[in-house]
Structure formats: C-alpha cells, structure tokens
Ligand binder design. Structure first.
Ligand code: AMP
Ligand code: MG
Length: 478
C-alpha cells in the first residue's frame, strides 16, 4: 500500500461529529487520471498511487495504514429550506496529511459507497459528474481560485442508475477541510453548544489561527467568502448549488455539482437544472453568500456572548460588513481585469459600463476581457461603436496611471484567462469519456492547467459553442 503519513485531527473530535466506516469496495477499479503535481505537493508517491494497491485505495477497496475513514455529519439549507441532517452520504474522509508547504489537507473519496447519511441515495457517483468536478476544480486552482482539488479519478467498473444506467466512478478530493456552514448548523439545531465550541476552535486552528474569538472567526470567514465570490464573479463562474452545506468556512470552492462558466455575459444566467427559480444565478451569488454567512453567524451566537442581544448585535455588525467587503474585493478584481493597478471608487462605473455593453450585445465574457490585452476585444461586440466609446474612456483612465505598454499588457493577460472550462467542451469531454475515449478529457485538463498562456493549438477551446453545442442545463448527477 502507498505509505501515507496521516494525521487525522477531525477523527479525534467527539464521536458525534461523524460516523466511522470503511468505503464500500467496487468491482473493477481502473485509474482514469492521477494528478501528479498535486500528489507531489502532498508528499505522496505518485508511482505507488498509480500502482494496483494505490488504485485500490483510490477506489475505496483497501485502506492504507493510518487512514481512519469517516463520514462527516452536517446539516444545511438546501434552496432555502433547512434539512437538519445531511452529512456525507457518498463520501469518506480517509484522513489528513500535512503537505510539503506545511498545510493540513483532507483526503476524501467521493462516490465511495453508502453511509449512515445516505438517506435514499446509493452512495455512488457517475463518471460524468466526477470528470466535471475533476476538470472544473483543477481549472479553478490554475485560475488562482481557492478550491478543493482533484487528486484522482477512478472508474469503478460498476453501473450506477440515475435516469439511465451510467458508468460509476470515484473522485479523490483534497481540501483544506470539509467544514461547512452546515456543519455548524448540525450542532446549532441540536442545541449542542459544547460541540459548537469544539468545532469553532478546530475550524479556527485550521483556517484562521489568528482569530482570537468566535466573532473574529466569523469576520475572517466573511472576508474569505467575499474574496472568493469576487473571484467567481471575475471569471463568470456560477457555482449552481450555493446551499449552506456547500459553503466552506475556510473560503474554498467546494461541491462542484451543476456548476458552469458563462460564455456570453448575462448576469441572470442560471445553468442548474434543479434551480428552477434562479436562486443561484450568477448575479445573486454575493447576496446568497451573505445569507449563508448570516446562518453561520446565527449558529455562533452562543459562543459570541452569553448575553443573546449583545451577541446578535455583534454578529449582525459583522455580517453587515460583508457587503462593503465584497464591493471592495469586486472592485479590486474587475479594475485589475481592466489593467488598473490602484482602483478608485469611480472605476466601478467604468467596469459596469463595459459589463452593460457586454450584456446588451451578448459579448463573450472571457474573450472580451482577454482581448483587452491585444486589441481583439472589439471583435466580440456586434455593434462596436459603443465599445469604441467605452474604450476611449478606458484609455483615458489608464493614461492617468501611466503604466508602460508592455507592463500593462502583461497585467491584463495575468488578470484575464484565455481558457476557462467552457461548458460545451466539458460536456463533450464527458460524452466522449462515457463512450470510452478519454482523449478530450485529458486534453481539456492539460490545456486548463495553464489558462493564462496563449496556446494557439487549443484555439478551439476558446471558442463559443456553435448553436448545436449550447448547453442549456447542467445536472447535479446525484
Ligand atoms: P450535494 O447536492 O452533492 O451537495 O449533496 C447533498 C446531500 O446529498 C449530501 O448529504 C450528499 O452526501 C447527499 N448525496 C448526494 N448524492 C448522493 C448519493 N448518490 N448517495 C447518497 N447520498 C447522496
Ligand atoms: Mg454538498
């Protein structure tokens, strides 16, 4: 078996935080892809992982020494409705390792079988959603967004039944923790203040060691979410299921389900087939994050102050701080995308003017911004006169900063990726893989590892979908 230096701090928490159990073995594990750089970052031996014992581990068939598999307990608001018990219904946290940079990382299998939290589910994952999470989470990491990672994808040789029979797979997910707003809600709804205190200290130690009080912890979690959602917005990323159980208190993107990137910029865009009312539309994401943080705040009240009114007042002030914090991060991001190094409040208008143009003309979000560096942005606008007028204002603003042209172009290219996982390409890669051809998946992952580099041989991956390629809806695959 691969030798892994596990140190499982979550499994040392009280028994009511999780259920201990092994993953359920699968019929015929076969490695689809191993993430070599990530394995190395974690201090794991890639050769051992890719060997038969390693693949058996990544499929959940055999546990290496030191693993202490658990399914974590959590609750959550799903589309606004509270569910007091969700938990890992198809995931097993094998344990934690301290990586080469000294950071503690969870190693978790997803799709690894039933647990006491499975409810009606089969505990399994289909190949499509596993590949989608692999592609998109790794792309997000390369784009510089805090995110869970994909260490490996393994085919199970088993069939999972959704609307149709589908090939099964297991994803190995790596994250700085799997502590969600919903983890706090699980104990809050049970009135278990002792557990809340233990959880808060544990999460503090892992994510915000500088936080001295639960209120500091809340403030840090709010700041991290504000930064995260501003990054999503700057990439046209739509998470799709921003339920509180999918909201990571450390500020990482987790639980990639029906997520997608916008092609043409329209703020009301929704992809998720289960989001009938557009609750988690692109433009709503900041408000939803604030709402999720208000749920976290409400869980923390008994830890913040024994006097409930004082606790509410303090927590409310912190949650109200989210909006200005987010605005500041948003401005930083989008001004950066315009090549502005020292944003001023008025720059927000320059940004929104460009976004309004893009919305009206259906311009491609990613290519329009990328094209600012080399003058090709204009071609993204069906009626370029309006863009020319905007561009004159933009140039005037840049002239005030007086950046040298080469430095400006470099800054623009570093802030605006050439490549994102375009939804139709993700779907095509999944379709090909489901038919046994993993070539498009491999190519997509390889190109998206360097999203800020020009890769002329991959120009097709920058293109918008042809009408017949447009993906209208994405599915959770649960
Ligand atoms: P998700 O929509 O993936 O965030 O999952 C929401 C909840 O449903 C979590 O508690 C999951 O563990 C559970 N769940 C999702 N899919 C399955 C499945 N196939 N089997 C068991 N539980 C599942
Ligand atoms: Mg989830």
């Amino acid at each position: 078996m691969p030798s892994i230096a596990f140190d499982n701090s979550y499994a040392r928490l009280p028994a009511r935080f999780f259920a201990r159990l092994d993953p359920q073995p699968v019929a015929e594990p076969r490695l689809i892809r191993l993430n070599l750089p990530l394995a190395q970052e974690l201090g794991l031996d890639p050769q051992a992982l890719a060997g038969p014992d390693g693949v058996a581990m990544l499929a959940g068939n055999r546990m290496p020494a030191g693993a202490e598999p658990i399914a974590q307990a959590y609750a959550g608001h799903q589309f606004g409705g509270f569910v007091p018990q969700l938990g890992d219904g198809r995931a097993h946290l094998l344990g934690e390792v301290v990586d080469r940079a000294g950071r503690r990382r969870d190693i978790q299998l997803k799709g690894s079988g039933r647990t006491p939290f499975s409810r009606m589910g089969d505990g399994r994952a289909a190949l499509g959603p596993v590949l989608r999470e692999y592609i998109v989470s790794e792309a997000m990491a390369a784009l510089g967004v805090p995110t869970s990672r994909a260490l490996a994808a393994v085919a199970t040789g088993e069939t999972v039944w959704r609307e149709t029979p589908l090939p099964g797979a297991v994803l190995t997910r790596v994250a700085s923790s799997h502590i969600r707003v919903g983890t706090f809600q699980y104990f809050a709804v049970r009135g278990d203040t002792e557990a809340l205190r233990i959880l808060c200290e544990h999460a503090r130690d892992r994510h915000y060691p500088e936080a001295e009080t639960p209120l500091d912890f809340l403030r840090a979690a709010c700041a991290a979410q504000a930064r995260l959602v501003a990054q999503w917005m700057g990439l046209g990323f739509i998470h799709g299921v921003m339920n509180t159980d999918n909201c990571h208190v450390g500020g990482e993107t987790i639980d990639y389900g029906p997520c997608a990137f916008m092609d043409a910029y329209h703020p009301e865009t929704v992809f998720s087939s289960i989001d009938s009312y557009g609750r988690y539309a692109y433009v709503n994401q900041p408000q939803i994050a604030a709402w999720n943080l208000a749920q976290l705040a409400s869980c923390l009240l008994p830890l913040i102050d024994p006097d409930e009114e004082a606790a509410i007042a303090a927590a409310t002030e912190v949650v109200h701080g989210f909006a200005p914090e987010y605005q500041a991060r948003w401005l930083e991001r989008f001004a950066g995308k315009l090549g502005i190094g020292s944003p001023r409040p008025e720059d927000g208008e320059l940004v929104t003017a460009l976004l309004a143009l893009m919305d009206r003309q259906g311009a491609d979000f990613t290519r329009s911004f990328r094209g600012l560096a080399d003058g090709s942005a204009r071609a993204e606008f069906a009626a370029p006169d309006a863009f020319d007028a905007w561009q004159a204002d933009w140039r005037a603003r840049l002239a005030q900063e007086g950046r040298e042209a080469g430095a400006l172009a470099a800054a623009l290219r570093a802030a605006n990726p050439a490549f994102i996982p375009r939804n139709h390409r993700v779907e095509q890669a999944i379709a090909a893989a489901s038919a046994g051809d993993f070539g498009p998946f491999e190519r997509l992952v390889t190109v998206l590892a360097c999203p800020f580099e020009d890769q002329p041989e991959a120009a097709d991956l920058m293109a918008s979908p042809e009408p017949h390629e447009v993906v209208e809806a994405t599915f959770c695959g649960t």
